[in-house]
Design a protein. Structure first.
Length: 133
């Protein structure tokens, strides 16, 4: 693991949350995109070497929609940057972590991503991110 890549925050309205975080951080989002495979619209803010990712559901069956329905808006996941996502999957499985998607998938912000089940990470959804070439 290299660093915390970003913190994901589930929101009901990305427009409203963008206004809040623009005021809070004193900067506008540097990127917005839709990740149809995950059913989300994302917005990224950069603070130093770290990022905040806002996530809004674009369909009622998405993980974000279910999260907000169950827990309300708030911190959804923490993401860590890795150099070799495949070797991290093997290492973490050997350590007893539950990997939700063993095949990395295309995520937002030009990343390959894998998620670890919250049950194996003290109740926190963990995302591993590797830059796509």
């Amino acid at each position: 693991m290299k660093k915390i890549e970003h913190i994901g925050i589930a929101v009901k309205s990305i427009e409203n949350a963008n206004q809040i975080y623009t005021s809070l951080l004193g900067a506008s989002p540097y990127k917005m995109e839709e990740v149809k495979s995950e059913g989300v619209k994302t917005s990224f803010f950069k603070i130093g070497d770290s990022k905040i990712e806002l996530l809004e559901a674009i369909n009622p069956d998405s993980a974000i929609a279910k999260f907000i329905e169950k827990r309300g808006e708030g911190v959804h996941h923490i993401a860590f940057a890795v150099d070799d996502i495949q070797s991290e999957i093997v290492r973490l499985k050997n350590e007893g972590f539950i990997v939700l998607n063993e095949t990395p998938k295309k995520g937002a912000d030009n990343k390959l991503v894998v998620f670890l089940h919250p049950k194996s990470a003290a109740g926190v959804l963990v995302e591993l991110c590797q830059d796509r070439k």
